[in-house]
Write a protein that binds this ligand. Structure first.
Ligand code: SF4
Length: 356
């Protein structure tokens, strides 16, 4: 192992020093707030997309105190378009927790960081090693791919056993003197050289000792056991606009888009051939009122979430007057103050109700 470890470490760190040109604005920063923010944003998000959000958050909330003092609506509004909104809610919760219970200071060890809401082993390891130089390995998708191929590990990484194996291997190989550099190097290496598709094996400094490369197994590693099934969901969204503005409501259920705003929505099992009849039924279910003027409907708008494919048909209607609809209205010029799911923004932009 000693030889294997020093060959791997040496080649990786030399590559990092001489070849690695991957630029990211949070690289090398020793402020735990900024590192934490970048890591939460980057979960499930590409660097190119996440960078804008990172800058926007720091501009609006330069310190953890600023983030803790914000309202959840403000945080969700800034997160709009990034998806996985539970990350934003956890981010806000944890900022308040740190201000209230940790005197505004981040915990300084891997174990203590793990106690924060929304901070898993990967994020805790990133903050602990990048900021405090604690020798603990980060294990993300990039690291798993590099280790799986280099060491020829075919245990599925999405099992308890697999997770343990990869975490142990990463910690064995870690450069304990320079955990920050090593962790950054292996993640960048996975992102730019040992890529999921078409890895650059011909120019790879690890190729000589890479088991997958030498045994022609690169394309079959790493191995995943479970593919999460995506389910389809179908909705009608009701576009109601009158002198009071546009009807919107906040989603409070523990479901997709919790805390965000939407047009009044009715879920159905699937769309039927006779759409007009189905829309009338959905209107009755939503408003318990017969005298609703159904004006027009949109084509199907689609959005792929992590495990759900969302379909929405937007239906423009006019409610009878007077009618106690119990809805909240906002003037369209104020719409940008509310966090709305992307699929609603696309529709409203098409109607020129949201201009940015
Ligand atoms: S040789 Fe190919 S598969 Fe092996 S570590 Fe390098 S890039 Fe990855």
């Amino acid at each position: 192992m000693k030889n294997e470890k020093s060959i791997f470490k040496g080649a990786l760190l030399t590559w990092h020093q001489l070849v690695n040109k991957r630029l990211m604005p949070w690289k090398g920063i020793k402020d735990p707030y900024k590192v934490w923010l970048s890591e939460i944003i980057l979960q499930q998000t590409r660097v190119e997309q996440g960078t804008k959000y990172y800058h926007d958050f720091l501009r609006n909330f330069p310190t953890i105190n600023d983030l803790a003092s914000a309202s959840e609506d403000e945080v969700l509004r800034l997160w709009q378009g990034l998806g996985y909104y539970s990350r934003a809610r956890n981010l806000h919760f944890t900022a308040k927790d740190i201000v209230k219970n940790y005197k505004g200071q981040f915990p300084q060890s891997f174990i203590e960081l793990l106690k924060l809401k929304g901070v898993g082993r990967y994020t805790a390891a990133a903050i602990a090693s990048f900021v405090y130089k604690e020798p603990v390995a980060v294990v993300d998708g990039n690291v798993i791919r590099v280790l799986s191929r280099y060491l020829g590990i075919d245990t599925p990484f999405d099992t308890g056993k697999g997770r343990k194996i990869f975490e142990n291997k990463a910690n064995e190989l870690l450069d304990k003197e320079n955990p920050d550099k090593f962790n950054q190097a292996i993640m960048d290496f996975g992102a730019t050289v040992c890529k999921p598709k078409k890895p650059s094996c011909e120019v790879c400094p690890l190729a000589l000792n890479c088991l997958a490369y030498n045994e022609y197994r690169v394309s079959s590693l790493p191995v995943r056991k479970n593919r999460v099934q995506s389910r389809s969901r179908y909705f009608f969204a009701f576009h109601i606009e009158n002198e009071k503005g546009l009807a919107i409501e906040q989603r409070t259920d523990k479901d997709i888009w919790q805390g965000l705003y939407q047009l009044p929505l009715q879920e159905v099992k699937s769309y039927e051939t006779n759409l007009s009849t189905q829309i009338e039924r959905a209107l009755w279910l939503t408003f318990q009122e017969n005298d609703i003027n159904y004006l027009a409907h949109s084509p199907v708008f689609k959005q792929q979430l992590s495990h759900q494919k969302i379909h929405i048909i937007f239906v423009k209607i006019a409610l009878p007057h007077p009618f106690n609809d119990g809805l909240n209205y906002t003037y369209t010029r104020n719409l940008t103050k509310f966090a709305l799911p992307k699929i609603f923004i696309l529709y409203l932009q098409g109607k020129s109700l949201i201009l940015d």
